[in-house]
Design a protein around this ligand. Structure first.
Ligand code: FAD
Length: 461
Protein backbone atom coordinates (compact mmCIF):
# COMPACT_ATOMS: atom_id res chain seq x y z
CA UNK A 1 0.00 0.00 0.00
CA UNK A 2 0.92 3.67 0.21
CA UNK A 3 0.85 6.44 2.83
CA UNK A 4 0.69 10.07 1.65
CA UNK A 5 1.85 8.86 -1.77
CA UNK A 6 4.89 7.03 -0.32
CA UNK A 7 5.30 3.26 -0.57
CA UNK A 8 4.36 1.41 2.58
CA UNK A 9 5.77 -2.10 2.70
CA UNK A 10 6.61 -4.47 5.48
CA UNK A 11 10.30 -4.20 6.36
CA UNK A 12 12.79 -6.54 8.01
CA UNK A 13 14.17 -4.63 10.98
CA UNK A 14 17.09 -5.65 13.19
CA UNK A 15 17.07 -3.95 16.58
CA UNK A 16 20.51 -4.13 18.18
CA UNK A 17 20.16 -3.99 21.97
CA UNK A 18 17.09 -5.03 23.94
CA UNK A 19 17.43 -2.55 26.78
CA UNK A 20 14.82 0.07 27.61
CA UNK A 21 14.88 1.85 24.27
CA UNK A 22 15.46 -1.24 22.10
CA UNK A 23 12.51 -3.13 23.51
CA UNK A 24 10.25 -0.08 23.13
CA UNK A 25 11.48 0.54 19.56
CA UNK A 26 10.68 -3.10 18.75
CA UNK A 27 7.12 -2.57 19.99
CA UNK A 28 6.69 0.62 17.98
CA UNK A 29 7.92 -1.10 14.80
CA UNK A 30 6.12 -4.37 15.51
CA UNK A 31 2.86 -2.52 15.95
CA UNK A 32 3.28 -1.15 12.43
CA UNK A 33 3.49 -4.71 11.09
CA UNK A 34 7.21 -4.83 10.34
CA UNK A 35 9.19 -8.01 10.96
CA UNK A 36 11.41 -7.19 13.89
CA UNK A 37 14.27 -9.17 15.42
CA UNK A 38 15.83 -7.92 18.66
CA UNK A 39 19.44 -8.97 19.31
CA UNK A 40 20.42 -8.56 22.96
CA UNK A 41 23.87 -9.14 24.42
CA UNK A 42 22.69 -10.24 27.86
CA UNK A 43 20.57 -13.20 28.78
CA UNK A 44 16.84 -12.71 29.21
CA UNK A 45 16.61 -10.41 32.25
CA UNK A 46 13.26 -11.90 33.16
CA UNK A 47 14.98 -15.10 34.20
CA UNK A 48 18.37 -13.64 35.16
CA UNK A 49 19.29 -13.01 38.77
CA UNK A 50 19.32 -9.35 39.70
CA UNK A 51 22.82 -7.94 39.61
CA UNK A 52 23.34 -6.11 42.89
CA UNK A 53 24.31 -2.46 42.64
CA UNK A 54 22.77 -2.01 39.21
CA UNK A 55 19.15 -2.04 40.22
CA UNK A 56 18.75 1.65 39.50
CA UNK A 57 15.28 3.05 39.42
CA UNK A 58 14.52 5.86 37.01
CA UNK A 59 12.37 8.95 36.88
CA UNK A 60 9.76 8.59 34.17
CA UNK A 61 8.24 11.84 32.90
CA UNK A 62 5.94 13.03 30.14
CA UNK A 63 8.10 12.27 27.10
CA UNK A 64 8.63 8.69 28.19
CA UNK A 65 4.99 8.33 29.12
CA UNK A 66 3.89 9.56 25.70
CA UNK A 67 5.96 6.92 23.93
CA UNK A 68 4.67 4.20 26.28
CA UNK A 69 1.08 5.31 25.72
CA UNK A 70 1.50 4.74 21.99
CA UNK A 71 2.04 1.03 22.65
CA UNK A 72 -0.58 0.84 25.40
CA UNK A 73 1.81 0.56 28.35
CA UNK A 74 1.59 3.92 30.08
CA UNK A 75 -1.01 2.96 32.68
CA UNK A 76 0.78 -0.21 33.61
CA UNK A 77 4.03 1.67 34.26
CA UNK A 78 2.33 4.44 36.23
CA UNK A 79 0.52 1.95 38.42
CA UNK A 80 3.85 0.45 39.39
CA UNK A 81 5.64 3.80 39.60
CA UNK A 82 5.75 6.03 42.65
CA UNK A 83 4.81 9.64 41.95
CA UNK A 84 7.28 12.28 43.15
CA UNK A 85 5.70 15.74 43.37
CA UNK A 86 8.80 17.69 44.18
CA UNK A 87 12.24 17.77 45.67
CA UNK A 88 12.64 17.23 49.39
CA UNK A 89 15.83 18.96 50.45
CA UNK A 90 17.79 17.55 53.39
CA UNK A 91 19.80 20.26 55.11
CA UNK A 92 22.95 19.48 57.10
CA UNK A 93 21.20 20.35 60.38
CA UNK A 94 18.63 17.62 59.72
CA UNK A 95 15.81 19.95 58.70
CA UNK A 96 13.98 19.26 55.46
CA UNK A 97 12.09 21.47 53.05
CA UNK A 98 10.00 20.75 50.00
CA UNK A 99 10.35 22.42 46.60
CA UNK A 100 7.36 21.29 44.52
CA UNK A 101 7.96 20.69 40.81
CA UNK A 102 4.71 22.29 39.83
CA UNK A 103 2.90 24.23 42.51
CA UNK A 104 -0.05 24.95 40.26
CA UNK A 105 -1.19 21.63 38.82
CA UNK A 106 0.62 19.23 41.11
CA UNK A 107 2.31 17.22 38.36
CA UNK A 108 4.70 14.42 39.24
CA UNK A 109 7.54 12.42 37.82
CA UNK A 110 7.43 8.67 38.54
CA UNK A 111 10.07 6.51 40.11
CA UNK A 112 10.05 3.19 38.24
CA UNK A 113 12.33 0.17 38.56
CA UNK A 114 14.63 -0.31 35.57
CA UNK A 115 14.26 -4.06 35.65
CA UNK A 116 10.48 -3.85 35.89
CA UNK A 117 10.29 -1.43 32.95
CA UNK A 118 12.50 -3.60 30.79
CA UNK A 119 10.67 -6.80 31.70
CA UNK A 120 7.24 -5.37 30.88
CA UNK A 121 8.52 -4.05 27.56
CA UNK A 122 10.09 -7.39 26.65
CA UNK A 123 7.03 -9.36 27.66
CA UNK A 124 4.81 -7.01 25.65
CA UNK A 125 6.74 -7.89 22.46
CA UNK A 126 5.55 -11.50 22.82
CA UNK A 127 2.05 -10.38 21.89
CA UNK A 128 3.34 -9.75 18.38
CA UNK A 129 4.12 -12.83 16.27
CA UNK A 130 6.18 -10.52 14.02
CA UNK A 131 8.65 -9.64 16.83
CA UNK A 132 11.40 -12.15 17.50
CA UNK A 133 13.74 -11.94 20.53
CA UNK A 134 17.27 -13.30 20.49
CA UNK A 135 19.29 -13.18 23.70
CA UNK A 136 23.02 -13.77 24.27
CA UNK A 137 23.79 -12.18 20.91
CA UNK A 138 26.67 -9.76 20.93
CA UNK A 139 27.13 -7.54 17.93
CA UNK A 140 30.72 -7.95 16.76
CA UNK A 141 30.74 -5.81 13.63
CA UNK A 142 29.14 -5.54 10.24
CA UNK A 143 28.55 -3.40 7.19
CA UNK A 144 25.78 -1.34 8.65
CA UNK A 145 25.51 0.86 5.55
CA UNK A 146 24.40 -2.29 3.72
CA UNK A 147 22.07 -3.48 6.48
CA UNK A 148 24.47 -6.22 7.53
CA UNK A 149 25.29 -6.95 11.20
CA UNK A 150 27.40 -9.75 12.72
CA UNK A 151 26.67 -11.34 16.07
CA UNK A 152 28.42 -13.87 18.26
CA UNK A 153 26.39 -16.08 20.54
CA UNK A 154 27.89 -15.60 23.99
CA UNK A 155 27.18 -19.16 25.11
CA UNK A 156 27.99 -21.17 21.95
CA UNK A 157 30.42 -18.68 20.33
CA UNK A 158 28.60 -19.31 17.08
CA UNK A 159 28.54 -16.47 14.59
CA UNK A 160 25.50 -15.28 12.76
CA UNK A 161 24.77 -12.51 10.27
CA UNK A 162 21.60 -10.51 9.98
CA UNK A 163 20.61 -8.82 6.74
CA UNK A 164 17.98 -6.20 7.36
CA UNK A 165 16.24 -3.40 5.51
CA UNK A 166 16.85 -1.30 8.60
CA UNK A 167 19.18 -1.64 11.59
CA UNK A 168 18.10 0.31 14.66
CA UNK A 169 21.12 0.74 16.94
CA UNK A 170 19.89 0.88 20.54
CA UNK A 171 22.89 -0.69 22.20
CA UNK A 172 23.51 2.02 24.74
CA UNK A 173 26.19 4.55 25.60
CA UNK A 174 29.05 2.27 24.45
CA UNK A 175 27.27 1.33 21.24
CA UNK A 176 28.88 -1.16 18.86
CA UNK A 177 26.65 0.09 16.06
CA UNK A 178 27.96 3.62 16.59
CA UNK A 179 31.51 2.28 16.39
CA UNK A 180 30.80 1.43 12.73
CA UNK A 181 29.74 5.05 12.14
CA UNK A 182 33.15 6.23 13.38
CA UNK A 183 34.78 4.51 10.43
CA UNK A 184 32.78 6.63 7.98
CA UNK A 185 33.31 10.11 6.61
CA UNK A 186 31.67 13.20 8.01
CA UNK A 187 30.49 11.65 11.25
CA UNK A 188 30.75 14.08 14.18
CA UNK A 189 31.37 12.56 17.55
CA UNK A 190 32.07 13.91 21.02
CA UNK A 191 32.39 11.93 24.21
CA UNK A 192 32.91 13.48 27.63
CA UNK A 193 33.53 11.85 30.97
CA UNK A 194 32.66 14.19 33.82
CA UNK A 195 34.97 14.28 36.84
CA UNK A 196 32.23 13.03 39.09
CA UNK A 197 31.24 9.42 39.60
CA UNK A 198 28.32 7.74 41.31
CA UNK A 199 27.76 5.01 43.81
CA UNK A 200 24.51 3.41 44.93
CA UNK A 201 23.41 2.81 48.49
CA UNK A 202 20.13 1.59 49.90
CA UNK A 203 17.70 2.62 52.64
CA UNK A 204 15.69 -0.42 53.82
CA UNK A 205 12.00 -0.29 54.79
CA UNK A 206 10.98 0.56 58.38
CA UNK A 207 10.17 -2.25 60.83
CA UNK A 208 6.48 -1.96 59.99
CA UNK A 209 7.32 -2.44 56.32
CA UNK A 210 6.67 1.20 55.41
CA UNK A 211 8.93 3.84 53.88
CA UNK A 212 11.45 5.45 56.24
CA UNK A 213 11.06 8.84 54.54
CA UNK A 214 8.06 10.59 52.91
CA UNK A 215 7.68 8.57 49.71
CA UNK A 216 6.34 11.03 47.18
CA UNK A 217 9.45 13.12 46.75
CA UNK A 218 12.82 12.95 45.11
CA UNK A 219 15.07 13.44 48.12
CA UNK A 220 18.20 15.53 47.70
CA UNK A 221 21.12 16.24 50.01
CA UNK A 222 22.72 19.15 48.10
CA UNK A 223 26.22 19.90 49.36
CA UNK A 224 27.62 22.30 46.78
CA UNK A 225 30.37 20.32 45.09
CA UNK A 226 28.58 17.00 45.49
CA UNK A 227 25.20 15.59 46.39
CA UNK A 228 23.23 12.54 47.34
CA UNK A 229 19.74 11.73 46.06
CA UNK A 230 17.16 9.03 46.83
CA UNK A 231 14.28 7.63 44.79
CA UNK A 232 11.60 5.33 46.24
CA UNK A 233 11.07 1.71 45.17
CA UNK A 234 7.92 -0.41 45.16
CA UNK A 235 9.29 -2.64 47.94
CA UNK A 236 9.51 0.37 50.28
CA UNK A 237 13.29 0.63 49.95
CA UNK A 238 15.11 3.68 48.62
CA UNK A 239 17.86 3.68 46.05
CA UNK A 240 20.30 6.29 47.25
CA UNK A 241 22.88 7.63 44.81
CA UNK A 242 25.94 9.57 45.87
CA UNK A 243 27.40 11.78 43.12
CA UNK A 244 30.83 13.16 43.87
CA UNK A 245 34.22 13.98 42.31
CA UNK A 246 36.38 10.86 42.02
CA UNK A 247 39.05 12.49 44.17
CA UNK A 248 36.56 12.62 47.04
CA UNK A 249 35.62 8.98 46.53
CA UNK A 250 39.32 8.09 46.47
CA UNK A 251 39.98 9.94 49.73
CA UNK A 252 37.60 7.64 51.64
CA UNK A 253 39.55 4.47 52.29
CA UNK A 254 38.35 3.05 55.59
CA UNK A 255 35.01 2.61 57.30
CA UNK A 256 36.08 5.21 59.90
CA UNK A 257 36.76 7.76 57.17
CA UNK A 258 33.45 6.90 55.55
CA UNK A 259 31.44 7.33 58.74
CA UNK A 260 33.21 10.58 59.54
CA UNK A 261 32.41 11.83 56.04
CA UNK A 262 28.74 10.92 56.41
CA UNK A 263 28.56 12.42 59.91
CA UNK A 264 29.90 15.67 58.49
CA UNK A 265 27.78 15.91 55.35
CA UNK A 266 24.81 13.55 55.55
CA UNK A 267 24.27 12.96 59.27
CA UNK A 268 20.52 12.33 59.01
CA UNK A 269 21.06 9.55 56.47
CA UNK A 270 23.20 7.33 58.72
CA UNK A 271 20.38 5.95 60.89
CA UNK A 272 18.25 5.53 57.75
CA UNK A 273 20.81 3.51 55.83
CA UNK A 274 22.33 1.90 58.92
CA UNK A 275 26.08 2.02 59.67
CA UNK A 276 26.76 -1.57 58.79
CA UNK A 277 24.91 -1.47 55.48
CA UNK A 278 26.49 1.87 54.60
CA UNK A 279 30.00 0.49 55.01
CA UNK A 280 29.16 -2.72 53.17
CA UNK A 281 27.49 -1.04 50.19
CA UNK A 282 29.98 1.80 49.90
CA UNK A 283 32.97 -0.48 49.51
CA UNK A 284 31.20 -3.16 47.45
CA UNK A 285 31.97 -1.73 44.03
CA UNK A 286 34.01 1.31 43.01
CA UNK A 287 32.25 4.52 41.99
CA UNK A 288 31.01 4.36 38.40
CA UNK A 289 31.85 6.80 35.62
CA UNK A 290 29.34 9.12 33.97
CA UNK A 291 29.60 9.89 30.31
CA UNK A 292 27.90 12.13 27.77
CA UNK A 293 27.87 11.57 24.01
CA UNK A 294 26.88 13.94 21.25
CA UNK A 295 27.05 12.83 17.64
CA UNK A 296 25.63 13.60 14.23
CA UNK A 297 24.20 12.41 11.86
CA UNK A 298 22.26 9.53 13.36
CA UNK A 299 21.95 7.53 10.16
CA UNK A 300 24.03 5.91 7.45
CA UNK A 301 22.54 5.46 3.97
CA UNK A 302 18.95 4.33 4.26
CA UNK A 303 19.88 1.27 6.30
CA UNK A 304 20.94 2.19 9.80
CA UNK A 305 19.94 4.62 12.55
CA UNK A 306 21.09 5.27 16.14
CA UNK A 307 18.55 5.99 18.87
CA UNK A 308 18.60 6.11 22.69
CA UNK A 309 21.91 6.32 24.50
CA UNK A 310 23.66 5.02 21.38
CA UNK A 311 22.85 8.35 19.72
CA UNK A 312 22.89 10.65 22.74
CA UNK A 313 24.08 9.60 26.16
CA UNK A 314 23.49 12.24 28.83
CA UNK A 315 24.57 12.60 32.45
CA UNK A 316 21.64 11.54 34.66
CA UNK A 317 20.86 14.83 36.39
CA UNK A 318 17.72 15.79 34.53
CA UNK A 319 16.25 12.30 34.64
CA UNK A 320 15.91 12.54 30.86
CA UNK A 321 18.17 9.87 29.33
CA UNK A 322 15.53 7.18 29.04
CA UNK A 323 12.78 9.73 28.44
CA UNK A 324 14.71 11.19 25.50
CA UNK A 325 15.37 7.69 24.14
CA UNK A 326 11.68 6.82 24.42
CA UNK A 327 10.86 10.09 22.65
CA UNK A 328 13.13 8.97 19.78
CA UNK A 329 10.68 6.07 19.28
CA UNK A 330 7.75 8.49 19.11
CA UNK A 331 9.55 10.65 16.58
CA UNK A 332 10.55 7.69 14.39
CA UNK A 333 6.97 6.42 14.51
CA UNK A 334 5.64 9.79 13.36
CA UNK A 335 8.06 9.77 10.45
CA UNK A 336 6.81 6.30 9.45
CA UNK A 337 3.29 7.79 9.55
CA UNK A 338 4.44 10.56 7.28
CA UNK A 339 6.64 8.65 4.81
CA UNK A 340 5.32 5.07 4.87
CA UNK A 341 8.33 2.80 4.52
CA UNK A 342 10.49 5.25 2.56
CA UNK A 343 13.55 4.85 4.75
CA UNK A 344 15.63 7.41 2.92
CA UNK A 345 13.13 10.13 3.71
CA UNK A 346 12.55 8.88 7.26
CA UNK A 347 16.19 8.61 8.28
CA UNK A 348 17.21 11.88 6.64
CA UNK A 349 14.51 13.81 8.41
CA UNK A 350 15.18 12.02 11.69
CA UNK A 351 18.86 13.03 11.65
CA UNK A 352 18.11 16.54 10.49
CA UNK A 353 15.48 17.27 13.10
CA UNK A 354 16.65 15.32 16.13
CA UNK A 355 20.24 16.37 16.68
CA UNK A 356 19.56 19.88 17.96
CA UNK A 357 17.21 18.57 20.62
CA UNK A 358 19.45 15.67 21.58
CA UNK A 359 22.44 18.00 21.95
CA UNK A 360 20.23 20.38 23.94
CA UNK A 361 19.17 17.73 26.46
CA UNK A 362 22.82 16.84 26.89
CA UNK A 363 23.54 20.47 27.85
CA UNK A 364 20.46 20.67 30.06
CA UNK A 365 21.57 17.60 31.99
CA UNK A 366 25.00 19.12 32.63
CA UNK A 367 23.35 22.33 33.85
CA UNK A 368 20.95 20.54 36.16
CA UNK A 369 23.76 18.92 38.12
CA UNK A 370 24.76 22.38 39.29
CA UNK A 371 21.15 23.26 40.04
CA UNK A 372 20.60 20.10 42.09
CA UNK A 373 23.80 20.01 44.06
CA UNK A 374 24.20 23.74 44.64
CA UNK A 375 21.59 26.18 43.40
CA UNK A 376 18.63 24.65 45.26
CA UNK A 377 20.34 25.91 48.42
CA UNK A 378 20.42 29.49 47.23
CA UNK A 379 17.88 32.20 47.96
CA UNK A 380 18.21 33.55 44.42
CA UNK A 381 17.14 30.15 43.07
CA UNK A 382 14.11 29.98 45.35
CA UNK A 383 13.18 33.54 44.49
CA UNK A 384 13.38 32.84 40.76
CA UNK A 385 11.34 29.68 41.27
CA UNK A 386 8.65 31.68 43.10
CA UNK A 387 8.55 34.26 40.28
CA UNK A 388 8.34 31.45 37.68
CA UNK A 389 5.56 29.70 39.61
CA UNK A 390 3.57 32.92 39.90
CA UNK A 391 3.90 33.80 36.22
CA UNK A 392 3.08 30.22 35.26
CA UNK A 393 -0.04 30.41 37.40
CA UNK A 394 -1.07 33.70 35.77
CA UNK A 395 -0.23 32.58 32.21
CA UNK A 396 -0.03 28.79 32.11
CA UNK A 397 0.38 28.62 28.34
CA UNK A 398 2.73 31.53 27.93
CA UNK A 399 5.08 31.11 30.86
CA UNK A 400 6.29 27.53 31.31
CA UNK A 401 9.33 27.35 33.61
CA UNK A 402 12.33 25.34 32.39
CA UNK A 403 11.95 22.28 34.59
CA UNK A 404 8.26 22.01 33.71
CA UNK A 405 8.86 22.38 29.99
CA UNK A 406 11.45 19.59 30.08
CA UNK A 407 9.61 17.17 32.35
CA UNK A 408 5.92 17.91 31.88
CA UNK A 409 5.64 18.83 28.21
CA UNK A 410 6.97 17.47 24.92
CA UNK A 411 8.30 20.88 23.89
CA UNK A 412 11.45 20.15 21.83
CA UNK A 413 14.47 20.34 24.17
CA UNK A 414 16.12 23.08 22.13
CA UNK A 415 12.96 25.12 22.43
CA UNK A 416 12.99 24.61 26.21
CA UNK A 417 16.42 26.27 26.31
CA UNK A 418 15.37 29.08 23.96
CA UNK A 419 12.22 29.56 26.01
CA UNK A 420 14.26 29.93 29.19
CA UNK A 421 16.59 32.42 27.49
CA UNK A 422 13.54 34.44 26.44
CA UNK A 423 12.17 34.35 29.99
CA UNK A 424 15.52 35.51 31.38
CA UNK A 425 15.45 38.42 28.94
CA UNK A 426 11.91 39.39 29.90
CA UNK A 427 12.72 39.25 33.61
CA UNK A 428 15.93 41.22 33.14
CA UNK A 429 14.00 43.85 31.25
CA UNK A 430 11.39 44.02 33.99
CA UNK A 431 14.13 44.36 36.58
CA UNK A 432 15.88 47.03 34.51
CA UNK A 433 12.65 48.92 33.84
CA UNK A 434 11.56 48.72 37.45
CA UNK A 435 15.09 49.74 38.37
CA UNK A 436 14.67 52.82 36.16
CA UNK A 437 11.25 53.38 37.63
CA UNK A 438 12.65 53.13 41.14
CA UNK A 439 15.53 55.49 40.25
CA UNK A 440 13.11 57.91 38.60
CA UNK A 441 10.90 57.82 41.67
CA UNK A 442 13.92 58.25 43.90
CA UNK A 443 15.22 61.10 41.79
CA UNK A 444 11.82 62.74 41.81
CA UNK A 445 11.71 62.37 45.61
CA UNK A 446 15.13 63.97 46.02
CA UNK A 447 14.12 66.75 43.64
CA UNK A 448 10.94 67.38 45.68
CA UNK A 449 12.93 67.59 48.91
CA UNK A 450 15.41 69.91 47.22
CA UNK A 451 12.60 72.07 45.88
CA UNK A 452 10.92 72.23 49.26
CA UNK A 453 14.23 73.15 50.77
CA UNK A 454 14.74 75.88 48.21
CA UNK A 455 11.23 77.18 48.78
CA UNK A 456 11.99 77.16 52.48
CA UNK A 457 15.29 78.99 51.86
CA UNK A 458 13.60 81.50 49.61
CA UNK A 459 10.80 82.12 52.06
CA UNK A 460 13.27 82.66 54.89
CA UNK A 461 15.48 84.95 52.84
P1 FAD B 1 20.74 0.76 27.68
O1 FAD B 1 19.71 0.80 28.74
O2 FAD B 1 22.17 0.89 28.05
O3 FAD B 1 20.53 -0.60 26.89
C1 FAD B 1 21.44 -1.01 25.89
C2 FAD B 1 21.24 -2.48 25.66
O4 FAD B 1 22.08 -2.91 24.58
C3 FAD B 1 21.63 -3.32 26.87
O5 FAD B 1 20.61 -4.23 27.14
C4 FAD B 1 22.92 -4.00 26.44
O6 FAD B 1 23.09 -5.28 27.01
C5 FAD B 1 22.75 -4.09 24.94
N1 FAD B 1 24.02 -4.12 24.20
C6 FAD B 1 25.15 -3.40 24.44
N2 FAD B 1 26.10 -3.72 23.57
C7 FAD B 1 25.59 -4.66 22.75
C8 FAD B 1 26.11 -5.41 21.64
N3 FAD B 1 27.36 -5.24 21.21
N4 FAD B 1 25.30 -6.30 21.03
C9 FAD B 1 24.02 -6.49 21.45
N5 FAD B 1 23.47 -5.81 22.50
C10 FAD B 1 24.25 -4.91 23.13
N6 FAD B 1 17.08 8.26 32.52
C11 FAD B 1 15.85 8.78 32.80
O7 FAD B 1 15.06 9.05 31.90
N7 FAD B 1 15.49 9.02 34.09
C12 FAD B 1 16.32 8.78 35.14
O8 FAD B 1 15.96 9.02 36.30
C13 FAD B 1 17.62 8.24 34.88
N8 FAD B 1 18.49 7.99 35.88
C14 FAD B 1 19.72 7.46 35.61
C15 FAD B 1 20.61 7.25 36.65
C16 FAD B 1 21.89 6.75 36.41
C17 FAD B 1 22.84 6.54 37.55
C18 FAD B 1 22.27 6.46 35.07
C19 FAD B 1 23.64 5.92 34.77
C20 FAD B 1 21.38 6.69 34.01
C21 FAD B 1 20.11 7.20 34.26
N9 FAD B 1 19.19 7.45 33.23
C22 FAD B 1 17.96 7.98 33.51
C23 FAD B 1 19.56 7.20 31.82
C24 FAD B 1 19.04 5.85 31.33
O9 FAD B 1 19.57 4.83 32.13
C25 FAD B 1 19.45 5.62 29.88
O10 FAD B 1 19.20 6.75 29.11
C26 FAD B 1 18.71 4.43 29.28
O11 FAD B 1 19.05 3.27 29.96
C27 FAD B 1 19.04 4.30 27.81
O12 FAD B 1 18.44 3.16 27.28
P2 FAD B 1 19.07 2.42 26.05
O13 FAD B 1 18.17 1.27 25.76
O14 FAD B 1 19.39 3.39 24.97
O15 FAD B 1 20.48 1.88 26.57
Amino acid sequence: GTINGYKNESLNIAVVGGGLVGSLAALHMGKRGHNVTVYEYREDIRTAELVIGRSINLALSVRGRTALREVGLEDKMLKHGIPMYGRMIHNIDGTRNVIPYDRNSNQAIYSVGRKYLNEILITATEKYPNINLKFNKKMSGGKVEKGEVHFVDTSTQQEETANADLIIGCDGAFSSVRREFLKKNAFNYQQIYIEHGYLELCIPPAKDGEFLMPANYLHIWPRGKFMMIALPNQDRTWTVTLFMPFENFDSIKSSDELLKFFETFFPDSIPLIGEERLVKDFFKIPAQHLMAVKCRPYHISSKCVLIGDAGHAVVPFYGQGMNAGFEDCTILSRLFNKYGSDLEKILNEYSETRWEDAHAVCDLAMYNYIEMRDLVNKKSFLFRKAVDDLLHWMMPNVWVPLYGSVSFTCMPYKKCIDNRAWQDKVLNRIITVSGYAASALGFFGVYQIYNNYRMFEESTN
